[in-house]
Write a protein that binds this ligand. Sequence first.
Ligand SMILES: Nc1ncnc2c1ncn2[C@@H]1O[C@H](COP(=O)(O)OP(=O)(O)OP(=O)(O)O)[C@@H](O)[C@H]1O
Length: 259
Amino acid sequence: MEVGSLHRLGEKKMASQLLDVNISKKYSSMDVLDNLVFSVEENEFLVIVGPTGCGKTTLGNILSGIEKPTAGKVRIRGEIIDPHVHNISYVFQEPSCIPWYTMIEDVSMGLEIRGVDGAKAIQRAKDVIKLVDMAGFEDYYPWQISGGMKQRVAIARAYATNPDLLIMDEPFGHLDAQTRYLMQIEIMRIWEQEKKTVVFITNNIEEAVYLASRIIVLSKLPAHMKGEYTVDLPRPRDLTSPEFLEFRATITRECEIVE
Ligand SMILES: Nc1ncnc2c1ncn2[C@@H]1O[C@H](COP(=O)(O)OP(=O)(O)OP(=O)(O)O)[C@@H](O)[C@H]1O
């Protein structure tokens, strides 16, 4: 079958640009990221895939401003990214709920730290807990809910501050296959509703093709860009359709994983 739905970047005109990335990163003498140059559009769902240990988390940390590149810059709407200035949310692989906080306290705390007054913070926390389909669990503690539910709360916390950019680093990596699939459906529903820019890191190619508006494939260490694909399959995507399977096979080949 001809892969008519694949486009090398450049065939489609970019919409409004949010991030402009041009970076390299070394740890001591080890080259980790090798001259990565790409942009991220407003409201897109960009997925970064690459083999284990290739530097995906390092890239996420640099995009968020937590870590500095050794060379080059990340710009957000033209300004050098700074987590103290720009509103960036990060969802990690391990859900990081505070054990002695209820769900509503956990989500509202981040807002209060940012100066939102108590009543408004609670209301916004209720809204985003509802957004992730956790209404009714506001007064539960982390030890009373499942791993998937904790990750929903982490996503609620990430959306609560209405961020310019959401970075998700293998957020479903520790979940069982069925919960992972349900979470993929959920994250799509939320993304389509909220229209936030998401950079999603994964080494699961099926997940990448299911979620992405665009996929960037990284090479093994030191990571350089191997390919960039616009995914224009209709949503919700059918994991068993010939088009989906063809796309998955193409990305798998690009990652040099034998299917
Ligand atoms: N702070 C650090 N200091 C030194 N080396 C580091 C540091 N952080 C990461 N590394 C190294 O950089 C390389 C890339 O690590 P990174 O965690 O970014 O990869 P990854 O693609 O996210 O891995 P995985 O798929 O296993 O999550 C690894 O060799 C790692 O040991």
